[in-house]
Write a protein that binds this ligand. Structure first.
Ligand code: SER
Length: 608
């Protein structure tokens, strides 16, 4: 049986042997993509390569990318939906004038992508007799994009019988990276899990989404278009392949599990939850157990990438995940702070694939426990308000406005309202709750659009963040490290490990040191070097694993200072940065605050 570590390794080695450069997973927090709150697919961090905006380190790439998608968060708890998942990916980035081919390191296209998929499925020992293949079947609203008969013919040439090749509708066979961005028709591999997984209808078939036919591999999005802001499709100058397979689905098939939760990716966590809840076979509440397992996994990975729960944007997504997990723990009768406890199991299970989990595990624990402490109060207050409301409403109905108020003002999850109300024979008007929520989402989307900033203008704030990081180390000690960062046009926030509030004197010294570096108009140098060389020069790196396995890293050095001859700051980073510190004019600390125990945050602003 293939363990999850073996599946990742096999996938990466297969593509490495075929000329692909192995990349480490990018952070779940997109670095320079204001269109995304969280990394939601394997290709998200690679978008500039498909658009021809940036040169890739290799024309063939492979990785296993951590992803979070919360569009279906309310469905989590059934046997399929997950918020955190890993995407096994292989990519070919086209180049004008370079012919496609399967061998070597150059680009490839449809034929080679299909051949690779079939070969690897065979090497995994997957029974070809259970496979179906979807291709883009055309769409009346997209007359400029013809049905993908070319890919149909490729599968036929590879020996797939025609009845196994399905022309699928747009929603299943054309992949968009977002409302704007690269996109194209795709070809899916579907796996027949067997009649016991399906609806049992006599006419049930691979195009029926009852659960029997599982999409295990998007064997290639053929990236040939860019969707513009007005919705129109423009042909891209290069043709690329973006292929992705969900690790959880591969594990389910290769381990013969009944669901993603029935694999070694989840089993240790699930048995831990069951033992905390003292669940016996008779009273097992699988839905709550699964919700806790999924949300703890997602929150642990988000914390390891430096995200902190808050009331806005990605921080709010994280807060919601943690709070739902806590609420469901309450429903199962689990006592004490258990989310932080369970994060240790996630760290143990996944640290081989993601070494930064082990490096950050104490911070993860503290951050989650802190949120558990905060939510303990909310839970008590929410339950008291709900009880009062239920006593006053003999009609056995909970209004959507009230459920939304609990959710919006206290952060009390609606599913907990539903579950608690149901236990007392009440129904919640979830549709009215959803209407309230949709109105709120529109408001926050408008606010986000109004603050979207320009993947160029953030460079001075970015350079200021490096200066601040270096100044903190000089004033507070070398053991102070960056824990997370969010940069916008003229301001940024910088999280770091430190156990207490900074004194006014310390803050003034840090600010002064940064402004002194600005006044010296120090050059900002960008060098490409190896990770080892950068580390031996004492460079800082936030996500070490991201850099450890790549051949070349980008090192930004600020300095040297005239007085000491030493560099003020050395940090690995993707940029962009100012060329000279003098471009910054002046730096100001706006606020210093606690994020959780052991983690502080400085909000800074920069002129210039
Ligand atoms: N980007 C595509 C997907 O997420 C293929 O990797 O399905």
């Amino acid at each position: 049986m293939w363990s999850h570590n073996e599946i990742r390794n096999k996938f990466l080695e297969f593509f490495e042997k075929r000329g692909h450069l192995r990349l480490p997973s990018a952070s779940l927090i997109p670095e320079y993509d204001p269109t995304l709150l969280l990394t939601n697919s394997g290709m998200a961090p690679l978008k500039p390569y498909f658009l021809g905006q940036k040169n890739p380190p290799s024309l063939r790439l492979t990785d296993v990318q951590k992803c979070v998608r919360t569009d279906d968060i309310d469905e989590v708890g059934d046997i399929h939906h997950l918020t955190f998942f890993e995407m096994l990916g292989n990519w070919s980035i086209g180049q004008i004038g370079k012919p496609f081919g399967k061998e070597g390191r150059g680009p490839y296209f449809k034929k080679e992508a299909c051949e690779f998929a079939l070969e690897l499925l065979r090497e995994f020992g997957i029974d070809q007799g259970k496979l179906y293949f979807g291709v883009f079947g055309g769409d009346s609203g997209m007359s400029s994009v013809p049905p993908d008969n070319e890919t149909r013919q490729i599968w036929l040439d590879l020996g797939i019988r025609s009845e196994r090749i399905l022309g699928l509708p747009l929603k299943d066979s054309f992949w968009f990276s977002g409302p704007q961005g690269p996109c194209g028709p795709n070809t899916d591999v579907l796996y027949d899990l067997g009649p016991e997984f399906g609806c049992g209808r006599a006419d049930c078939g691979p195009t029926h989404d009852c659960g029997r036919f599982l999409e295990i591999w998007n064997a290639g999005v053929f990236m040939t278009y860019e969707r513009k802001a007005d919705g129109s499709l423009e042909s891209l100058p290069i043709k690329s392949v973006d292929a992705g397979a969900g690790l959880e689905r591969f594990a389910m098939v290769l381990q013969g599990g009944k669901s993603a939760y029935d694999t070694d990716l989840f089993k240790p966590l699930i048995s831990e939850i069951e033992s905390l809840a003292k669940i016996t076979a008779e009273r097992v509440n699988e839905r709550s157990v699964r919700i806790i397992a999924d949300h703890v996994r997602a929150s642990t990975f988000l914390a390891s990438d430096g995200l902190v729960p808050s009331n806005v944007e990605a921080g709010y997504v994280m807060r919601r995940l943690i709070r739902r997990a806590i609420a469901h723990g309450h429903l199962l009768g689990i006592e004490g702070y258990f989310v932080s406890e369970l994060s240790e199991t996630v760290v143990n299970e996944f640290q081989e694939a993601y070494p930064n989990l082990a490096q950050t595990h104490s911070v993860i624990h503290e951050l989650l426990e802190d949120e558990e402490k905060k939510f303990g109060d909310v839970l008590k207050r929410g339950m008291a308000e709900l009880d009062k409301y239920l006593r006053k409403n003999p009609n056995k109905k909970v209004g959507g406005d009230f459920a939304f108020r609990l959710y919006d003002s206290l952060g009390f999850p609606v599913d907990l309202t539903v579950d608690l109300a149901k236990a007392k024979g009440f129904d919640v008007d979830v549709a009215a709750f959803e209407e309230n929520l949709a109105r709120q989402k529109d408001r926050s989307r408008d606010a986000r659009a109004a603050t979207a900033y320009d993947p160029e203008k953030i460079k001075t704030a970015h350079t200021a963040a490096h200066l601040l990081n270096a100044a903190l180390k000089k004033i507070l000690g070398l053991e102070v490290h960056q824990m997370g960062q969010k940069i916008s046009e003229k301001s940024f926030r910088h999280d770091f490990n430190f156990s207490r509030k900074l004194t006014d004197v310390e803050l003034a010294k840090v600010e002064e040191l940064v402004n002194r570096a600005i006044a010296q108009n120090l050059p900002v140098e960008c060098l490409t070097t190896s990770f080892e060389e950068a580390r031996s020069q004492g460079a800082e790196a936030l996500f070490e694993e991201k850099y450890q396995s790549v051949d070349r890293v980008t090192l930004y050095r600020i300095g040297p200072e005239k007085t000491t001859g030493e560099y003020f700051s050395k940090e690995l980073c993707g940029g962009p940065h100012a060329h000279y510190t003098g471009e910054l004019k002046r730096f100001k600390i706006v606020k210093e605050e606690a994020v959780s125990s052991g983690v502080r945050r400085i909000r800074g602003e920069v002129e210039g």
